[in-house]
Design a protein around this ligand. Structure first.
Ligand SMILES: [Zn+2]
Length: 134
């Protein structure tokens, strides 16, 4: 993967994570360098795809294109989705804990049906969370 860190002197638009990056990282999005991804050095999770026009990733033109894509990307809808996914990721560990506890209790108390149900439900929930976070 081709990652180029760029120090910016001009201001960048705020990321949906709430921080304003001071640097953008450009990574190859494949397709023979036709497309690239740009992410901030804040969270590094919110990515914008942009056309490189086959410019070199380290070139000023490509950097300019990355900056324009970053600043122009609509944020309102993405910000909501982004924070929902972050909340889901945070919630995952508690679902996992509830699952593990139910599993342990179910084993200890000899086929405890309530714990068994919790175990099954949380197991399915974890699967759904994992596919949403892919
Ligand atoms: Zn961010």
């Amino acid at each position: 993967m081709n990652i180029v860190g760029i120090a910016w002197t001009t201001e960048l638009a705020t990321c949906p994570c709430g921080k304003t990056p001071t640097e953008l990282n450009i990574t190859d999005a494949g397709q023979g360098r036709k497309w690239a991804n740009v992410a901030g050095n804040c969270c590094g999770e919110w990515m914008i795809e942009f056309r490189t026009h086959y410019t070199e990733f380290r070139s000023e033109e490509c950097v300019q294109l990355a900056r324009e894509a970053w600043n122009a990307a609509p944020r309102a809808a993405n910000a909501g989705l982004c924070s929902a996914l972050m909340a889901l990721r945070d919630a995952r560990k508690w679902v996992q804990q509830a699952h593990d506890e139910a599993e342990a209790k179910h084993d200890n108390y000899d086929m405890d049906i309530v714990q068994y149900e919790i175990m099954r439900e949380t197991e399915q929930l974890l699967t759904r969370i994992d596919s949403a976070l892919l």
